[in-house]
Structures are given as structure tokens and as C-alpha cells.
Design a binder for this molecule. Sequence first.
Ligand SMILES: [Zn+2]
Length: 233
Amino acid sequence: MTLTQHTTGTSRKRNFAGEERGTPLAIWLENRKIQPKARQRIAGLIQRMNEMQQLVTELRSSFVNEAVDDEMEKVASKSGVERERVRADRVRAMMREWQGKKWPHSARADELHLQINRALAFYSGYVMQLDRFDEAGNGVFALTVHKPSKASEDELTALNVVLAFSAKGLLQHVRRCDFCRRWFYARIDAQVQCSERCRLRKYRSSEKALAKQRERQRELYHLHKNLVMRGGK
Ligand SMILES: [Zn+2]
């Protein structure tokens, strides 16, 4: 299966946002027939972009929350309900103010920023219109490169999905299974395993780990008790 193959059809019952392009992208990332370097470039880009997204979101909310907390010190006389309402309003207003601003300083954010831009520089090229409709029935604009020998058409398609998903806030759904490490597209944000099979295997292994931990604690408890008793004599 290639990235450009679409999975639209009457057999599809439910349509999750981004799944039609996200799932082929995940399959492409696992496809052994594709040049490993090409897959590594795209996989590395996704991981860094997702880490960056999470990091800047956290930086922004902790910055906003601290600033609002400081402001709220001044309105200490208001009632609890009123305070909560004022606080929520201030947080919303500050989130809006954030548009176009540079994120608060963070060494990791600076490092990721540099790495992402370096990775993107590999694809230096131009934007052109393709001669086909996308799955939403729109005309398609896509990035292409001056030197096609550097990146295959498949890799460029993958890059276009990554960029489109990043703009739509869907890239975080392209992730690795926390049990088997394979790439997959998460239908919902809470999904961290690629399949029901991996979900069960993860559950069982964590149950086993928990049982082991409990056993260790019991052993330590008895050891401690014995030592205390001996010491008391
Ligand atoms: Zn899995």
C-alpha cells in the first residue's frame, strides 16, 4: 500500500478526522520496502514536531497561569464563584493575546526549533498545484523540490501530510504504540496502543509488574520487621 492510495469507499462506516491520510502515513513509516533513511527523516520530524507542540503548549499555559495568579492576588475581596469567573475570562483573554508571540524561553524549545528547521531545509523547494482532488474534493497544493533525486515522491507526499496535519492540530495523532513501538494513527487522543491486542498485552504486563512490585514491598516489610524485632532484643 502506498501513501497516495485512498481508502474512501462505501465500506467505511465511521470517519475519524485525519484517518484517511494518517493511517497510510503510519503504514508508510513501517514499510520495509521504503528507503530507511526516508522513513527516518519523516519519523524524526514527526517526533520533534510533536514534542515541540506539547512543549510550547505547556510553556504557554504555565506562563498564562502564573500571570493570572499574580493578577488574582489583587482581587482577593471577591467571592469564590466570582473569582473563578474573572480568572477564566483572564485566561481566555491572555490565550488570545498570545497570537503571533514568541514562546517563553526554553533551552529545549530552542534546540527543537533548530533541529526541525534543519530537517525541513532538506526539502527546500516550492509549492505547486497537483492535478488531482484530495479526499475532501478540494484542489491540492503541495510542496515539491528542485532536486527530485534527494527525496522520492512518496517522501514528499508524507511530508505534505505532516505539514497539513501540523497546521490542523492532528499531527499528535500520528504516534508510536507504547507497547510494540509501531507507528499508528490514533482515532482519539487517549489511544496510546496501536490495537486491541497491544492494549491487552500492555495491560497484562503492567498487571504483572504491579504484582511483582507488591511482592517486593511485602518482602521488604518482613525484612524490616525482622530487623526491628532483632534490634529490640
Ligand atoms: Zn502495538
